[in-house]
Structure formats: C-alpha cells, structure tokens
Design a protein around this ligand. Structure first.
Ligand code: ADP
Length: 395
C-alpha cells in the first residue's frame, strides 16, 4: 500500500521534473523498502537539490511527510545561511569535484517544519541511481539523542567537580598566600642557619640543627599545599580512559550547539583516522572543547560569515593535536599574552576562567595548549593529548 502511494508520488513528481529519466524513479521506488528501515533519517536528493526520497526517520525528526517534500529543494530543511547557499554548494561541487563535506561526518544545524533549529550529525555521500548522480544524507538528531541526555546527566554529576576547578582561579590568591608562609619560614630559618655558620661554636650546634630541621618542615608543608592543590584539580577517583576523539568532539559540539548559540554557524569537523583514540578523562576533555567552541561562538557574534572547524592531526611523540578554528575577529592584543591566566577577559560579563581551566585540564593530561591565528580568519586554539594504542585496550 505504502509502496503504491510512493510510486504515485514519484510519478507525479516525475511528471513535474522534465529531464529526469523514469528509470531513476523506478529504481528509487525499488530502494524504498530498504531506505525506510534505515533507523536514522535519510534523505536522497538529485543534482538539482530536489528531494527524491525522504524516509520514515526523516519524517519523524523534521515533521514533514515524504509526500510534502518530494521534488522540493532540500534547502527547506536548513536554516540560513545554508538555506540560501545550498544550491551554490552543489553547483560548486559539480563544477570542481572538490569534496568539502562529502564523505565526512559533521555536526551542523537543521530546521524542522515548525521552524525550530536543532543540532544534527550529518553524513553526506554520493550514489549513482540508474546511472544518474544523487546525494545521500544520513541525519542524526543530536537534540533527541538519548546519549546526549545521558551525557547531560553525567555532566551534571561532574558539575561539582568542574565548578571546583572553576573556582581554582579564585583560590589561586589564597594558595599563593598559603605558600608564602612556608617559603618565608624557609628563608628565615636558612638565614638564621647561615648566621650561625658564620662563626660556629659547639654550643650553637643544637640551634643550627633546629633551624635546618624547621627548614625541612616548612619545605614539607609547602609540598603538602601543592599536593592538596593537585588532588583538588584532578579528582582522585578518576582514571584515564581510552576514548574516541570523534565521539568526544561530537558530544561537546552537541552541548555547545544545544544551547542555541549555534544558529547560522557553519560547523565542520575532520579527524585524522590514524590517531582516533586518545587517553583521557572524557568529561574533562569535553569540557575543554565546550569552552573553546563556546568562546569561538561568542567571538563570532558580530561576524557575518560564522565558521568553526574542529580537526585533529597526529603529532610525533605519541600525541594528537586537536584544533578549534574560527572565522571571528581574532585575539584582542590586550589579552593575547596572558590568555591562559585566570581572570583575563575582554567580556563585560566574562569571568576569564574558561581558558585557565582548559590549561589546567590539558596540562593534567600531559598535553599543551596554545592559540594563534586561524586560516579561517579568526583564532585557532590547539591542544595536544596522548594517543592511545588500541592494542592497549585489547590486552
Ligand atoms: P571568558 O570567556 O570568561 O572571557 P576565557 O578564559 O574563556 O574567559 O577567555 C578569555 C578571553 O580570551 C576572552 O575574554 C576573549 O577576549 C579571548 N578569547 C577566547 N577565545 C577567543 C576566540 N575564539 N576568539 C577571540 N578571542 C578569544
């Protein structure tokens, strides 16, 4: 029954689409049963951008029926600026053959029938149907993913920890104060010991021993303060795990975009296949990425063309480099030198703690973090992580 209806739709559509061979529609109809059981949303378009197939999953997340969309331009499923630019993207690809997003997954935004914008993970491919080029899009609704719900819960559970790290900046002063005491003590006792050594007499030996012993005690006290600080930053009960960088980036992107600030942003990600696995506390690296992506979104608020690119590269020494690049205005020279220090901010409501937290977390993972100009015209933040050898996980 459904197939018959679809055939009617396709035929109707066919009649309104001169130049499309009828065997293409027959082939798509034949593929329908298969396309409909794909659990994710799947949309097939032709080289003009017209929708040729819109499966059940797509109906569910976009709120349109297939009947309503067959023959319509796929740009109806996109918010601006993709909506206006999409025909141009296809035309450029057909002309140059340059694969900017085909064959890669990326997180972007889509538009439901009711006008809501929501984050999606999009996988684009190309396929020949009856000898005619078509494009396929697999779409996963990130706002609905149970996984992202779970993620939110785990994030909430970790919030106490994260806020502990966040308050680190404000604690820096009192820690400096605490450290100052033993250091002053060490200097005083060492000074006294030196005086005694200037003109040593046997009866001063006990005082000398006392001064040196106090020096040692004060040094141990300073060490203790530093150890407490370390425990405070890297929660004692967590261990590094092997995880997929792609999964962590996608989760972080979803969180940053779910907030709704991701509208109008062209977001893309690209991962070096040879260094996909990393050794991390996933929620902490997620936190770093959320901070960097949110900063990029905030920096581009007044920028016309908003682009964010997250990509990874294998580095020497068993490390992976992860970069978050944006097309914003670049770094303000007033903060560029002290970016990773606490309380450095150009925002009226900014705490200036985000990057200092990122620095702490990346350092605790044995990596480095730095910033520089981006090829997209704005800023690029990069950090390194330890690569995990999957053989470690097996054995
Ligand atoms: P906050 O966001 O609260 O200001 P951060 O430590 O996250 O604190 O950032 C510090 C400062 O670094 C920001 O105020 C901003 O001036 C600058 N900054 C961070 N990310 C970017 C970026 N992607 N582009 C331009 N400036 C940035």
């Amino acid at each position: 029954m459904k197939v018959a209806q679809l055939q009617v739709c396709s035929m109707n559509n066919h009649q309104s689409t001169p130049g499309v061979p009828s065997q293409v529609f027959r082939r798509i109809d034949e593929l329908h049963a298969l396309i409909d059981v794909v659990p994710d949303a799947m949309v097939v378009i032709d080289r003009t951008g017209a929708i040729r197939s819109f499966n059940k999953g797509a109906e569910r997340i976009f709120g349109y029926s297939e009947e309503q969309l067959l023959g319509e331009n796929v740009s109806v499923l996109m918010p601006s600026p993709d909506r206006e630019a999409h025909d141009g993207y296809i035309a450029r690809y057909l002309e140059t053959g340059e694969k900017r997003i085909i064959g890669r997954g990326r997180v972007t935004t889509a538009r439901r029938r009711n006008g809501d914008t929501f984050p999606i993970e999009l996988g684009l491919g190309e396929v020949e149907i009856a000898g005619v080029l078509h494009f396929t899009g697999f779409i996963r609704d990130l706002s609905q993913m149970r996984e992202s719900e779970k993620l939110m819960h785990s994030l909430q559970a970790d919030l106490a920890h994260v806020s502990r790290i966040s308050s680190m900046g404000s604690l820096a002063n009192s820690i400096a104060h605490e450290l100052n005491q033993p250091l002053t003590g060490i200097a005083n006792y060492a000074g006294a010991a030196m005086d005694l050594l200037d003109d040593p007499s046997p009866e001063d030996m006990e005082n000398l021993r006392h001064a040196v012993s106090e020096c040692r005690n004060e040094a141990l006290r300073a060490g203790d303060i530093i150890r407490r600080l370390r425990t405070f930053i890297s929660r004692g009960d967590v261990e590094l795990e092997i995880d997929s960088l792609r999964r962590i980036v996608n989760a972080a992107t979803a969180i940053a975009l779910v907030d709704g600030d991701g509208r109008d942003v062209d977001f893309s990600s690209q991962f070096a296949p040879d260094c996909e696995w990393v050794l991390v506390v996933p929620v902490q690296i997620q936190q770093v990425l959320v901070n960097l992506i949110r900063n990029a979104l905030e920096a581009m608020q007044d920028t016309d063309s908003k682009r964010i690119r997250v990509y990874s590269m294998c580095e020497g020494d068993g490390m992976v480099r992860v970069s978050v690049s944006d097309s914003g205005p670049g770094l303000d020279p007033r903060v560029a030198e002290r970016l990773f220090h606490p309380f450095v901010s150009t925002k009226s409501s900014g705490m200036g703690l985000g990057l200092s937290i990122c620095h702490t977390i990346v350092n605790a993972h044995g990596g480095k973090i730095w910033a520089g100009p981006s090829e997209l015209g704005g800023t690029e933040f990069s950090f390194t992580l330890k690569r995990a050898d999957l053989r470690d996980a097996d054995g």
